[in-house]
Design a protein around this ligand. Structure first.
Ligand code: SAM
Length: 236
């Protein structure tokens, strides 16, 4: 697990050193074995027409951020800078394993004199926050990098820091879909292989002691989409 955390951090650090504050992966330089894959165009279409990232409006709609609410963004990337999270009325806390990400965010916060809660450089499975501190949280595009044991630790940590009845939105990859397979090829090429291996049913049974699933896009046709989103209520 330590090695995987280092690989993921290194890959995102390298990305931000090379591309500055642009968070989309560069598709210009992908190798032929990926771009010539018969499912690659399907992947691009889903990426361009889908709404899977942290910008997805249904995340904000579900979390309903308000003043005096603490919001935790687990694996925050540059959401505060690029995805409009700086305009949420709640107080922003971001955690990311990439040091370069946190450096860029700190510059952005200082330059714009933003009032936020905190930015923490570290892993989401061990955060420095008190029990029951957050009203709402999100963990989007992160669990895909990790094996079962780590995923379970993240669920337990998110449960610990959220208030009773707090809301959490997270997603997991659909490892059975053709577009999920292309995403895995790309992430591996970028030096951060995806290790997630749970079926949605296994993931849901892992959640059940900690969160109630209020909404999900998970269907029984597992080949349909690249990933599944879960809108959760903290059980305490
Ligand atoms: C694919 S990006 C997702 C960005 C954003 N949440 C979105 O969906 O648009 C993954 C982010 O999670 C961070 N990350 C990955 N593993 C992490 C971990 N164990 N702890 C904290 N951050 C992590 C990466 O550094 C990166 O910024």
């Amino acid at each position: 697990m330590e090695n995987q955390l280092k690989l993921v951090a290194k890959s995102y650090d390298r990305h931000f050193i090379e591309y500055g504050n642009k968070d989309a992966p560069s598709y210009d330089n992908l190798p032929d074995y990926i771009t010539n894959d018969p499912d690659y165009s399907l992947y691009r279409t889903e990426l361009e027409t889908g709404s899977g990232g942290s910008e997805c409006i249904s995340i904000k709609d579900y979390l309903s951020p308000r003043r005096n609410m603490n919001f935790i963004d687990l694996g925050c990337c540059l959401n505060l800078m690029l995805k409009g999270y700086d305009e949420w009325p709640s107080t922003y806390y971001g955690v990311d394993i990439s040091k370069e990400t946190i450096l860029l965010l700190n510059e952005f916060v200082n330059k714009n004199s933003l009032a936020i809660g905190d930015l923490y450089h570290g892993s989401i499975h061990e955060t420095p926050y008190e029990d029951n501190y957050f009203d709402i949280g999100a963990c989007i595009g992160v669990l895909e990098y990790y094996e079962k044991d780590f995923v379970e630790k993240v669920i337990i940590e998110a449960h610990r820091i959220l208030k009773p009845n707090g809301k959490l939105v997270l997603d997991i990859p659909n490892i059975k879909s053709p577009t999920g397979r292309i995403m895995m090829l790309i992430e591996e090429y970028l030096g951060r292989p995806e290790k997630f291996s749970l079926s949605p049913q296994e993931f849901e049974s892992m959640l059940q002691d900690y969160f109630e699933i209020e909404k999900t896009n998970r269907t029984d046709n597992e080949s349909e989409v690249m990933g599944f989103g879960y809108y959760l209520r903290c059980k305490k």
